[in-house]
Design a protein around this ligand. Structure first.
Ligand code: NAP
Length: 239
């Protein structure tokens, strides 16, 4: 098992939900973690929760993944603060669920720009730093919705299907630079994402910490092989 202690990670959308759980799990492993988010208030509230998780250092950076300059500035700031970059977790994402007829063009753009272009932005900004380090790991948080489309999910499902294809293409593109790319497809996770309220009706759902466990296990996996796509589903979904 690889030790993660002393490595440097950026987690996009690390102020709430799954990203917060991933940041906490990494800090518990001794990783130096920079988390990004849109809302400064949510980042301030998250900071002590991440710091309390363990020995790794923490930085919070306000950056909207939809804006390339924001993302680049955040990744460069993490690199100057911690001296390099080893791990990028592309977690920031939104869901807007409506029929194609009812969805506005602005809502469509919001979903695609956050869930798909946002990942391109962060990878584009991070890759030179990972290459300078001689390798690294990119993990994209996708969704089972990317392979199981549903009514009112056209934008969200398309964004995640696109992310799956992006992840596989990038994986092949950078593997000989010692940069590993994996993507995780969770089913329903108990966050405020769709219900608007964390933990609401959550007993059967995946816990955010369980997605974080998958991420840590991927990072610690022997680099001789690569679990490039991981599907994680509730053991007993609501019938
Ligand atoms: N929850 C589920 O059931 C589920 C299932 C499968 C996959 N996923 C995926 O898992 C990821 C995290 O979901 P979650 O349930 O943890 O969501 P969440 O609780 O709503 O948290 C989303 C996080 O992303 C950040 N974010 C949103 N838009 C952003 C942007 N434009 N730039 C930077 N940060 C942004 C939010 O920051 P602010 O606080 O500033 O808004 C927040 O920290 C998403 O990619 C989602 O598609 C979720």
């Amino acid at each position: 098992m690889e030790s993660l202690r002393g490595q440097v990670a950026v987690v996009t959308g690390g102020s709430r939900g799954i990203g917060l759980a991933i940041a906490r799990a990494l800090v518990a492993e001794g990783v130096q973690v920079a988390v990004t988010g849109k809302s400064a208030a949510n980042l301030s509230a998250a900071r002590p929760k991440i710091e309390a998780a363990g020995p790794g250092a923490v930085e919070t950076l306000q950056a909207d993944v939809r804006r390339y300059d924001d993302v680049r500035r955040a990744i460069d700031a993490a690199v100057s603060r911690f001296g390099g970059l080893d791990i990028l977790i592309n977690n920031a994402g939104i869901g807007i669920f409506a029929s194609v007829s009812a969805m506005t063009p602005a809502q469509w753009s919001d979903v695609i720009d956050t869930n798909l272009t946002g990942v391109f932005n962060a990878c584009h900004a991070a890759l030179p730093h990972l290459q300078r380090r001689g390798g690294g790991f990119i993990i994209n948080i996708s969704s089972l919705a990317g392979k199981n489309p549903f009514v009112d999910g056209a934008a969200y499902c398309a964004s995640k299907a696109g992310l799956n294809a992006f992840s596989e293409a990038l994986m092949q593109e950078v593997r000989y630079d010692n940069i590993r790319v994996s993507y995780v497809l969770p089913g329903s996770v108990s966050t405020a994402f769709s219900s608007g309220e964390e933990g609401k009706g959550a007993d059967w759902k995946i816990a955010p910490a369980e997605v974080a466990d998958v991420v840590v296990n991927l990072l610690r996996h022997n680099p001789r092989s690569l679990p490039s796509r991981v599907e994680l589903r509730p053991s007993k979904p609501r019938k």
